[in-house]
Design a protein around this ligand. Structure first.
Ligand SMILES: C[S@@+](CC[C@H](N)C(=O)[O-])C[C@H]1O[C@@H](n2cnc3c(N)ncnc32)[C@H](O)[C@@H]1O
Length: 293
């Protein structure tokens, strides 16, 4: 009761809609202007729900879906189901962040892009932090470019102030370590290039990691998203890129906390990070997070 009154008083002043404009510059660097998305404060009593029928790792998807539906209906509001995550009683902050909702929704191309809402918000929040550091953005495993573009659109769209490097094979041949995905094929690279035609800050490089780094590689990295679905390439990416990350930069390993076929990635990455005295923070989304010292 007291808490509700306090929250009402707090929110009666109205949510902050201010866009923070930062001049980001380092000695010797040209000044960079970042327009950070304004905070959209939610009404204190309303909490959103999210239920997506897209998940993996089961032979019985219909039974899983109907069981999750029963649990979601029994639970309090603030439930999330999708992407192998079922939880309730959460604030569901991602659905209250209007600039993010717009960026996420306008980039959805598949059911998976929709289901991984929470993973995308982890990226968006990491990017909000990293855009205020000196350093470029990198995604290893750009695929359709949806993850990159969601982040870019959240942080100003065409005015996104950093160089964003996207690496991928864009094609798949039999016998490759990573599994083929629906959009892999001859036309994918051209399609993703077209998607970023009006974004001169995006540099897409087609080729095999780590060889492709010889074609271009940033010197200072603030944001690093590694999503290659296979251990050898992820370790090779870490070997090449981690030391280039600036202090305070954030690394997200997309598959770190997924088991099954992805478990070898975590096992290899744990050893790699342990030798450098880092512990990967496992997130309930299945991602792993590291803050560079
Ligand atoms: C899961 S997808 C990435 C999804 C994307 N990050 C997103 O958020 O939508 C994994 C991608 O890694 C790429 N990949 C795997 N091994 C690679 C390697 N050695 N070099 C370059 N790309 C690789 C695949 O081509 C595939 O497109």
């Amino acid at each position: 009761m007291i808490l509700t009154r306090l929250l009402r008083r707090l929110f009666s002043a109205g949510p902050s809609r201010e866009t923070h404009v930062f001049e980001l510059s380092r000695e010797g660097d040209p000044a960079v202007i970042a327009r950070l998305p304004p905070l959209t404060s939610p009404p204190p009593e309303r909490v959103s729900n999210f239920f997506s029928p897209m998940f993996w790792c089961t032979q019985e998807p219909e039974k899983v879906k109907s069981s999750a539906r029963v649990i979601a209906d029994l639970a309090t509001s603030g439930h999330y189901f999708g992407d192998n995550l079922l939880t309730w009683g959460r604030n569901m902050s991602m659905l209250d962040d209007q600039p993010f909702v717009q960026a996420w929704q306008s980039n959805i191309e598949s059911d998976a892009d929709q289901a991984i809402l929470w993973r995308r918000y982890v990226l968006a929040c990491a990017a909000y932090h990293c855009v205020q550091l000196g350093g470029d953005f990198v995604e290893c495993g750009a695929y359709t470019g949806v993850g990159m573009k969601t982040v870019i659109d959240y942080l100003g769209g065409r005015e996104f102030p950093r160089t964003f490097w996207g690496y991928d094979l864009f094609e798949h041949e039999e016998g490759m370590l990573h599994h083929s995905m629906q959009e892999h094929g001859e036309g994918l690279y051209a399609r993703v290039q077209q998607k970023f035609a009006d974004y001169p800050q995006v540099r897409l490089l087609k080729g095999m990691i780590p060889d492709v780094f010889a074609d271009g590689c940033p010197e200072r990295i603030a944001y690093l998203h590694i999503d290659l679905n296979q251990a050898p390439a992820e370790i090779a990416a870490l070997d090449h890129l981690f030391d280039r990350m600036v202090p305070g930069g954030i690394l997200i390993l997309d598959d770190y906390e997924w088991s099954g076929p992805y478990r070898v990635q975590k096992l290899a990455e744990d050893v790699w990070f342990d030798s450098r005295q880092y512990r990967v923070m496992p997130l309930p989304t299945g991602q792993g997070l590291i803050i560079k010292r």
